[in-house]
Design a protein around this ligand. Sequence first.
Ligand SMILES: [Zn+2]
Length: 267
Amino acid sequence: MIIPAFTLFILGTMVGSFLSVINYRIRHNKSGILFGRSECRHCRKKLTAFELIPLISYSISRGKCRHCGKSISPIYPLLELISGLLLLFLYMSYPFIGVTYAGITFFDGFLLLQYIYTAFVVLCLIGILFYDIEYLEIPELYTFPAIAIIFVWGIFSPTISLYSMALGGGLAALFFGGQVMISKEEWLGSGDTQVGILMGLFLGWELFLVALMVTYFLGLLITLLLMALKKVNRKSKIPFAPFLVIGTLISLFYGSYLIELYTTTLL
Ligand SMILES: [Zn+2]
């Protein structure tokens, strides 16, 4: 349990580092979004392999570029850490490595598939969260592939019913799309609607409703907190996708528990 969990954590930090590169390249319209060497965002110096070790490079260089000395945003190591932790937590939900017998380790094929699928969608959501925080926008490079994979999974997998998926996606389209139309994109952007539909399809309608409640609860709480700390005012633009993503993740991991808690204590 310890060795695979640790390996997945390391793998997650590497994917997180990759996500920050993808985000940077989407934003700056760089060709070769998936390939090519990373560079310092200030002096454009190409980074060596040593400077690209997730979390470690940042700690060794104390958050500064080794060439120009400018600070590197702590958002990047944070993205690496969160991606690592998520791959680790997901393994707790889908422990695909089975027993080792006579030197051979057995994998649970279906759990492995479920792990890969969930990790893919979750990492797209993390890419969206960080992109929206940094640039106040939601790139379709994440939403469309994630929605496509969710559809394929929904058709072939027994873990979620197509009915629940369609109802979740439909409710999300009505709820978020309606707000976009009524407010003419004042309250919400069409990117947020895409993330909302992704949530509804991914979670199914029951967990989607939980995610929605968590999202608005957190959104209100954090906004009031930021206003009290005078970090934002009524006119500030606060990215909404991070709340949608956190709501989705909480519902993914704890939604069933929250539903049970609600039905046993309140009904
Ligand atoms: Zn530099």
